[in-house]
Design a binder for this molecule. Structure first.
Ligand code: GCB
Length: 593
């Protein structure tokens, strides 16, 4: 069941703890033994929250730090919070964290992109202050999602990983202190349906204590359209205004608890978009209408703040997507900040929501010249410990995001090794878990080129085929004449073999902004444009293709590699969001100019 986000309501209040915290790196891991949470952090500098810490300080020891990093702040608990239940919530801590309030350890969480919270009522005194200390750890192991390995070099410990974006860490999202009444709502979930002009909203409320649940559904003008009593039920919405791509129409479900005298005990408001999603043959239907995905694989990535959430950047990115004519994106390669999904809900942008499972493919390392890698799925590599964390990542993603109408599909992993029974044994439980938790949305993963239509061991587990393809870049580099028929033949093979809709979930070419060439020259802006146009010609010829997500929206940071020039340059926008030539060409296609 969804964990409720902090909100201000007639019975709830929140206080945001964002700002400058004190901060100290701990490469030796001394703080956990020495008990750094017991006092003011020694030798600390200031660090913004939310942000990745890596690029804030011009020092490789900070950027490439491996291990613990300590954050601390002092919070005053409002005096008026007496008698309330007080909760401390982290929207994310990458990749894991332990939290202390004054001297008491109160919370621990694994996984860098989903929230966690803890009731700290017994540790605080309204009107007083408390010290909040967090140790954030960025180490990746075979068991973590995503996985990685550490190496000891003459220079100290280094972190290696198999995914193509920088291992940013820190407190990437907001931190909250908030209240609920002692008797309170703990979760609200909604599923919606459409039957002609009538909508349905099936709701379920969970709570603590003894109080009567009620719900009221209001339209966007605040007019009540339905109500009900009880912890579960189905509301009927006559003349419904559905949520649809490009039309982010939202109702509001006010869930409340009442005591025996009818007094309000708790109140929580959940936005609701009434829509349906379905796969039929080779079509992807939203509200029964075929939907074609135009958009990007994105990243949460920007200069200075790394993966730190920033409303200015978020709104700018959505405005650029609107400018270019995108209607959708994939949260590559991890769950994004909840503010992003809220925005997508309100603006009718369609989202493919992905777990942080990326880089689970040791075969691909051959591309990088590594020949010493073991098989992907063994108990020494991606094994049952990874799978446990991965299952938990699927649960936390669905718990967090299931009420978002913008989210139309779950993506359980990006480009895993999809060969053989080992891959199936690893992934079948993950697909099953996603379906059990949410039978209303299709489930998929993105396939990498090594696993072909006739050999991929996972595609039949997916409701939809998502393929990441780099013909003209990693294969047939610079040769679009060879790349075009190869791409077309492969897409037709997927369609023939599987009879499911296909989204080309990645395709693209690196381009260095400002590099120009008359003839096809990889890395030039013209080659990137021509490659994307080639893909679009092919997509228009293959009926089963229902979506095009260019890799990537913007250039982004990666670990150092000889195939990366200050990061991955497949953005159609630069990292500071200026358009490359391709952006204008795509805009002409997507906006039909
Ligand atoms: C991929 C990965 C993505 C990379 C991209 C590339 O297949 O899914 O994370 O960034 O290729 O540019 O190599």
């Amino acid at each position: 069941m969804p964990m409720l986000r902090p909100q201000d309501s007639p019975t709830r209040e929140r206080k945001c703890l964002n700002g400058l915290w004190t901060f100290r790196l701990d490469p030796e891991g001394a703080g956990r033994t020495a008990g750094w949470w017991r006092a003011k952090l020694d030798q600390a500098r200031e660090m913004p929250v939310p942000a990745s810490y890596n690029d804030i300080v011009p020092d490789l020891a900070v950027r490439d730090h491996v291990g613990d990093a300590w954050y601390q702040t002092t919070v005053r608990v409002p005096r008026r919070w007496t008698g309330e239940r007080i909760v401390l919530r982290f929207d994310a801590a990458t990749h894991r964290a332990v939290v202390w309030v004054d001297d008491a350890a109160v919370a621990e969480h694994e996984g860098g992109y989903t929230p966690f919270e803890v009731d700290i009522t017994d540790h605080v005194r309204p009107g007083g202050t408390v010290r909040v200390t967090v140790v954030v750890n960025n180490e990746l192991s075979w068991a973590s999602v995503p996985p990685g390995i550490q190496q000891q070099t003459a220079n100290g410990r280094t972190q290696n990983y198999f995914h193509d974006f920088f291992n940013y860490a820190g407190l990437h999202r907001s931190v909250w202190l908030y209240t609920t009444p002692p008797t309170h709502i703990t979760s609200v979930s909604v599923d919606t349906g459409l039957d002609g002009g009538t909508g349905t909203v099936r709701y379920a409320i969970q709570q603590t204590g003894n109080a009567e649940p009620r719900v009221i559904l209001r339209d966007a003008d605040g007019v009540q359209v339905a109500e009900s009593e009880g912890a579960e039920g189905t509301l009927t919405v006559p003349d419904v205004h559905p949520w649809a791509p490009g039309d982010g129409y939202l109702y509001e479900l006010e869930a409340s608890l009442h005591d025996a005298d009818g007094n309000l005990v708790d109140s929580y408001t959940q936005p609701v978009g009434v829509r349906t999603v379905q796969v039929r043959g080779t079509e992807f239907l939203i509200n029964g209408e075929p939907f074609y995905f135009r958009g990007f694989g994105k990243h949460e990535d920007a200069p200075i703040r790394g993966k730190g959430h920033d409303d200015a950047l978020m709104v700018h990115d959505f405005e650029l997507m609107e400018w270019i004519g995108a209607n959708s994106f994939r949260t590559a390669h991890y769950p994004y900040a909840e503010e992003v999904l809220d925005y997508a809900d309100r603006h009718g942008i369609v989202v493919i929501d992905e777990t942080a499972a990326v880089g689970m493919n040791l075969r691909v390392l051959v591309t990088y010249g590594r020949t010493d890698m073991p098989p992907t799925y063994t108990e020494q590599t991606i094994g049952s410990a990874t799978q446990r964390n991965h299952l938990q990542a699927v649960r936390e993603l669905i718990d967090r995001d299931r009420n978002h109408p913008s989210v139309v599909m779950w993506c359980v992993a990006n480009e895993p090794d999809a060969s053989g029974q080992e891959a199936r044994d690893y992934f079948a439980p993950l697909f099953a878990e996603a379906r059990k938790l949410d039978p209303t949305r299709p489930v998929g993963f993105t396939n990498m080129i090594a696993d072909r239509p006739d050999t991929c061991a996972l595609s039949d587990l997916a409701d939809i085929i998502m393929v990441n393809r780099y013909y003209g870049w990693y294969a047939h580099t610079g040769d679009l004449a060879l790349a075009e028929p190869a791409l077309e033949a492969e897409l037709r093979a997927w369609a023939d073999r599987h009879g499911k809709p296909i989204i080309v979930s990645e395709y693209g070419a690196d381009a260095i902004a400002g590099l120009h060439a008359v003839v096809d020259t990889p890395w030039s802006e013209e080659y990137q444009t021509r490659l994307l146009e080639m893909y679009h010609r092919v997509f228009d010829r293959v009926d089963a293709v229902v979506g095009e997500h260019i890799w990537n929206f913007a250039d982004f940071a990666t670990q150092t590699a000889i195939i990366r020039v200050d990061g991955n340059k497949k953005g159609v926008f630069t990292r500071d969001r200026r358009p490359k030539a391709a952006a204008h060409a795509i805009r002409r296609r997507w906006r039909k100019i």
